[in-house]
Design a protein around this ligand. Structure first.
Ligand SMILES: NC(=O)c1ccc[n+]([C@@H]2O[C@H](COP(=O)([O-])OP(=O)(O)OC[C@H]3O[C@@H](n4cnc5c(N)ncnc54)[C@H](OP(=O)(O)O)[C@@H]3O)[C@@H](O)[C@H]2O)c1
Length: 251
């Protein structure tokens, strides 16, 4: 199967793409700029992995239409929506400047919506498609000062359920993977602090933060060509949003 993994240069995107390549899939990754695409692809080359790539900026996706069109012409059976812009500094919702909110929604919500709408016709006519949204446990626990993030992730989670209903009959199956707290470049400012790791480990039922490598295999059943999972949400959170009270009570 050919799979497009957006944000394939990120730690989580890389883990997903690496797993797909190991499963024999043809993998195309996206990056937001030519420079970050080159950085991302060199990460694959270092490990001897043969991924292809294209530039698709979620803030201006139509500019990547021609390159995406070439991928679609040769067939695309899997779409993993992993890319997400780095968040503006954390704000309570009313304090987030309107322009920052507009930019967040334009890229993360409408950029992903554009991509889904662009890919769906090819999947419908091939009668095969697997769409996986990489979402977050924040849509359930309402993480503080993540208003714009949760707004966009929740909207896409809702859309996944609609796609499951509207496109299931065409063997186009849409599911969500909700991640907990993972050690990635994005979150390094937190997990590089020993106290944060210790305290979060005390609260997370599994006792530890997630590693990107935990995510790859999780997508296997959702991307499998013969399966019956549609409109589902799979939590990959070490047990969150449930939490261990001992971790909170510990002095
Ligand atoms: N880390 C966690 O704890 C955690 C928890 C829950 C959910 N998640 C979700 O997991 C996914 C990956 O997270 P991560 O921590 O690996 O993120 P990350 O390190 O911030 O990587 C984000 C990826 O998105 C791409 N991207 C950013 N802006 C873009 C744009 N305008 N257009 C196209 N691509 C763009 C980046 O590509 P370029 O470098 O090319 O810009 C990069 O590959 C995200 O959807 C995130 O919400 C993560």
């Amino acid at each position: 199967m050919r799979v497009l993994v957006t944000g394939g240069g990120s730690d989580i995107g890389f883990a997903i793409a690496k797993r797909r390549l190991a499963q024999g899939d043809d993998v195309v990754i996206t990056a937001s700029t030519p420079e970050s695409l080159e950085r991302a692809l060199s990460r694959y080359r270092v490990e001897g992995l043969d991924a292809k790539g294209l530039v698709l900026d979620l803030a201006a996706p139509a500019q990547g239409d021609a390159a995406l069109g070439e991928v679609l012409e040769s067939g695309l059976q899997g779409l993993v929506l992993n890319a997400w812009t780095r968040r503006p500094p954390l704000h309570r919702f009313h304090e987030l400047p309107q322009e920052a909110l507009d930019a967040d929604v334009a890229a993360n919500l409408m950029g992903n919506v554009w991509l889904i709408r662009r890919v769906l016709p090819a999947m419908v006519s091939a009668r095969q498609g697997r769409i996986v949204l990489v979402s977050s446990v924040s849509t359930v626990n309402g993480t503080g000062r993540y208003g714009a993030y949760i707004l966009c992730k929740s909207a896409l989670e809702g859309l996944m359920r609609n796609l499951a209903v509207d496109y299931g009959e065409f063997n186009v199956l849409s599911n969500t993977v909700r991640l907990g707290i993972f050690k990635t470049e994005r979150t390094k400012k937190y997990w590089s602090r020993a106290r944060y790791v210790e305290r979060m480990g005390g609260v997370i039922p599994q006792g530890t933060l997630g590693e990107p490598g935990h995510v790859g295999e999780v997508l296997d059943p959702l991307l499998a060509s013969h399966q019956y999972i549609n409109g589902a949400v799979l939590d990959v959170t070490g047990g969150l949003p449930m939490f261990r009270l001992e971790g909170v009570l510990r002095p």
